[in-house]
Design a protein. Structure first.
Length: 319
């Protein structure tokens, strides 16, 4: 092998070694970046520390039992008849009793020259005339009295019909004994009086959750979460609680942000909290550090390893 061939071989080997070293370094750096900036996964909704839950718990109680009482419409009850005031009797016109008409004495005869009386002349009987007038007047009075009596009988019959439809309070109470009035509250839990709707779940669940989850949620917003490692779900819960515990000071710029580095141990402890990129506002930096002192975490999963992470807090979080 000539010196030129040997030199080319060593140059090529050195170049390949450098390329492999560069690839390995970039791979290591990328892994470090992925570890320092953990991905935040959406946790399931509901109260609790159940970061392992893949479905949010349903709202209710174990076995059901949340009773929504829906009263059935009450049966119609007869309304008591209000007694109407009896109509005032119509005043009958007072008819004066006919006084006997005394016969008027005939006028004195006028002395005229006597004429021969016709053969068909009949003298007028004044007594009979007076009797006919009196009889006619009496008949009119009797007719009026009968008409008034008939009207009075009709009113009495109408009042009797109304009274027959009326119901005394005692009779009304007797007919409606045992029936609840509309104003009375329906007894809770009674049979036949209310309809029961039982919801199985837990008290810290959410509407639309699964009844299979009897433990609780993780304080997220989703009804289900992706199938990820428990260690990743635990880290997501940690980051979510840090963001929720951060109390942002008022009156500061929306552009402020601070990056924090911390260590999460296998026992679930958060240590070595340090601001590596300040917001240049001491009040905001202190509020970020205070968030770490407010959180509490459940025991971590068994596969959680001690690692260092970085997290950026922003005055206005990205949506």
């Amino acid at each position: 092998m000539s010196d030129r061939t040997t030199s080319s071989f060593f140059a090529s080997a050195t170049l390949h070694a450098v390329l492999i070293a560069v690839v390995l370094w970039f791979t290591w750096a990328r892994n470090q970046d992925d570890k320092d900036a953990p991905q935040i996964f959406e946790l399931v909704a509901g109260e609790g520390d159940n970061f392992a839950a893949t479905e949010a718990p349903a709202l209710g109680v174990p076995g059901g039992g949340i009773k929504l009482e829906i009263p059935e419409p009450p049966a119609p009850t007869p309304s008591p008849v209000v007694e109407a005031a009896p109509p005032e009797p119509e005043s009958s016109p007072v008819v004066a009793a006919a006084s006997p008409v005394e016969p008027t004495p005939p006028p004195p005869p006028v002395k005229t020259p006597p004429k021969p009386a016709p053969t068909d002349y009949k003298p007028v009987n004044m007594a009979k005339m007076v009797d006919r007038i009196a009889d006619k007047r009496a008949a009119n009075i009797e007719k009026k009295i009968k008409a008034d009596q008939k009207a009075a009988d009709a009113r009495a019959e109408k009042e009797a019909a109304l009274n027959a439809k009326k119901m005394t309070k005692a009779e009304f109470d007797r007919l409606n004994k045992g029936k609840a009035s509309p104003s009375q509250k329906a007894p809770s839990g009674g049979t036949g009086s209310v309809k029961r709707i039982d919801a199985a779940g837990i008290a810290g669940g959410v509407s639309g959750g699964s009844t299979a989850n009897k433990t609780g949620g993780a304080g997220g917003k989703a009804l289900t979460r992706a199938d990820i490692e428990l260690s990743e779900a635990y880290i997501s819960m940690l980051i979510q609680r840090l963001k929720q515990a951060h109390q942002k000071p008022d009156g500061l710029s929306d552009l402020l942000e601070a990056t924090v580095k911390f260590r999460l141990t296998s026992s679930g402890s958060v240590t070595n909290v340090t601001i590596i990129s300040s917001s240049r506002n001491s009040e905001y930096d202190q509020s970020v550090l205070a968030a770490f002192r407010r959180i509490s975490l459940p025991p971590p999963p068994a596969n959680l390893k001690t690692s260092d992470y970085t997290l950026t807090f922003k005055m206005r979080e990205d949506t």
